[in-house]
Design a protein around this ligand. Structure first.
Ligand code: LMR
Length: 348
């Protein structure tokens, strides 16, 4: 084989390879473009994970949101709701959102404190006198600041939903005076402020996933817990609690969140349809959560007439506040003075 022949063969082979690779590239580009075009009309599935029962404010709101999204997008977007920790516990859900394993969730604000301690501002005891003040916090500067923090961790905050004020339950002793808490073990969500709230009255906080509280009460692993009436009723905690104090000492609300990259990848029209569905649902939950909780109180009384219920008097409340108030100062740096001042200003 002479040198010239080798050269000609080499050049011919290279040219053939070049032509093939160019054809390959352009067909890949066409494929991508068509899948993008298809993508614009492709069905979008949003998995929505939460931990409570379907008859609670959040449970009902999630179903309503899914229906509204279906209607507004003519079925193009399907929101699949997974209640009762079926997909993720609160302990795992933020990671699942960040990784895109689930597209939406509505964890309690206390759950987010794991990533951002500033969110503990919502856990401060007796921070809000009524629902109006809670809404001012959620919709105003406090909410905006907290939502802005999330984006650096690939989370987008879309809305805040209500549950309601928390009450205290115990099996050991009726909780009327701060001293009544002494030595009792209370389940808390994972938030240092909530732990501190119980330590301030001489009790022992026990962080524990929501789904394990009923069994822990039944088996005496814990003596008491704090939660809203709808959560207490729907988990049947009232069946394993002897005393219930209507204390309205803290607020339980939710951040409706999504994976930021997923959100940004949605077509603009789909994003606005989802936002519209969310706005209507938020209005509904805002107007109805309080009533749902009140109805649950009636059910608790009807289904467990033995449970002893006490509503804190204003004087008793003052004693609880006096014990728990130092927490605000203790968490000044962790939560931030601006947020602490903003929440304090609401009560003035
Ligand atoms: C709890 O753990 O007590 C609550 O966060 C549950 C919930 O989502 O309402």
């Amino acid at each position: 084989m002479n040198k010239r022949w080798i050269k000609v063969t080499f050049i011919t082979l290279m040219s053939i390879l070049l032509v093939f690779s160019m054809v390959g590239c352009s067909s890949k580009r066409t494929e991508q473009a068509s899948s993008n075009e298809e993508g614009n009309n492709q069905k979008i599935v949003i998995k929505f994970s939460h931990v409570v029962a379907e008859n609670t404010p959040k449970g009902q709101a999630a179903i309503m949101f899914a229906n509204k999204v279906k209607e507004k997008t003519n079925g193009r977007v399907e929101v699949q709701v997974f209640p009762n920790s079926q997909l993720y516990k609160d302990e795992d859900v933020l990671n699942a959102i960040q990784q895109g394993n689930v597209q939406m969730a509505a964890p309690a604000t206390s759950v987010i404190t794991k990533l951002y301690p500033q969110w503990q501002v919502f856990d401060l005891p007796f921070a809000f006198a009524d629902h109006e003040q809670v809404q001012q916090a959620m919709e105003g500067e406090i909410g905006k600041k907290l939502f802005s923090l999330l984006e650096e961790k690939n989370i987008k905050g879309l809305a805040m939903w209500d549950n309601g004020f928390k009450q205290m339950g115990s099996n050991k002793k009726e909780l009327i005076k701060p001293e009544d808490f002494a030595g009792q073990k209370f389940r808390v969500m994972s938030s240092k402020v909530l732990e501190e709230q119980f330590k301030a009255v001489g009790a022992n906080p026990v962080p524990m996933p929501f789904g394990e509280v009923y069994n822990a009460l039944e088996q005496g692993v814990i003596d008491g817990q704090e939660n809203t009436l709808s959560n207490i009723y729907s988990q049947k905690m009232h069946e394993v609690q002897k005393y219930l104090t209507l204390s309205y000492h803290g607020y339980l609300g939710y951040a409706v969140i999504t994976n930021k990259k997923f959100w940004d990848s949605l077509p603009a029209d789909v994003r606005s349809q989802i936002e519209a569905a969310l706005d209507e649902t938020t209005q509904w939950v805002r107007q109805n959560a309080k009533d749902i909780n009140e109805q649950m109180l009636q059910k608790i009384k009807a289904e467990n007439p033995k449970i002893k219920i006490h509503e804190l008097t204003p004087e008793e409340k003052k004693l609880w506040i006096a014990k728990m108030d130092p927490i605000y100062d203790k968490f000044k740096n962790e939560i931030g003075e601006d947020l602490i001042n903003a929440v304090r200003a609401l009560r003035k």
